[in-house]
Write a protein that binds this ligand. Sequence first.
Ligand code: KIV
Length: 293
Amino acid sequence: MSKKVSTLTFQKYKQEGRRIVCLTAYDYSTAKILDKAGVDLILVGDSLAMVALGHPTTHAVTMDEMIHHTKAVTRGVSRAFVVADLPFMSYQVDVKQAISNAGRFIKEAQAEAVKLEGATPLNLETVGRLVSMGVPVMGHLGFTPQSVHALGGTRVQGRSAEQAAKLVQDAIALQEAGVFSLVLEMVPTVVAKIISETLTVPTVGIGAGRFCDGQILVTDDLLGKYTDFQPRFVRRYANLAELCDQAISSYAEDVRKMGFPSDDESFAFPEEEEAKLRSLLDTLSIAQGELSC
Ligand code: KIV
């Protein structure tokens, strides 16, 4: 195994201009595949509400559900750095609530950091307090899915100079509060570039152009497994939905025509034992069906 990734790795990558590879995971087997492929950071994103649980937005996922999935992910990872997403209303009430929920991710699920959306005064205070307690925090600006209703839908953020300047200010405020990294979602390329050049901590883009210090995608989007919609910034590297459909249809056909399982996929019973069994069943007056194998 190559060296375990930590927050220091990301700092080093930024200084060296080396890109950070990030993806989401919600379960053990996916996390294992990503880790083996050399993904640097695995986010247990609250996108699991939509992708794994079928909700229309990220709002419905609970802390308990996030903990359940984060535990599964951390069991599958040995190298990558695992970040757990604080779900909607798990940190917006007050700092105490945020600390207690972030603590659960670290204590119960072995996450190594947490992520929160936005740069409200409360969030800035929360970041500072968590960092002072030894909990690394990842920020998230631009399109923040937990605010989808307030933002009027899934839209690019920072399109005007004034809005972009506010994003830059928020990014600096989060860095000063202590985030180790910052996700920029659906932000114009130039704005993400300016933020990436301004900050000393690495930015991780999703729909934010190629100049971010790293990139993240939802794994199910990249693999073509989640097909409810495809944002413009997603590149599909596989079409798993189609592959799965073909595989499952073949399985169904095999089952229906008794082509599965074969003898090689089943367990044999010695002939002499079968003869004994049949006579035993006769003795017990248990009626036997016709031999059909
Ligand atoms: O929840 C999530 O998957 C995310 C990424 C898209 C950054 O926040």
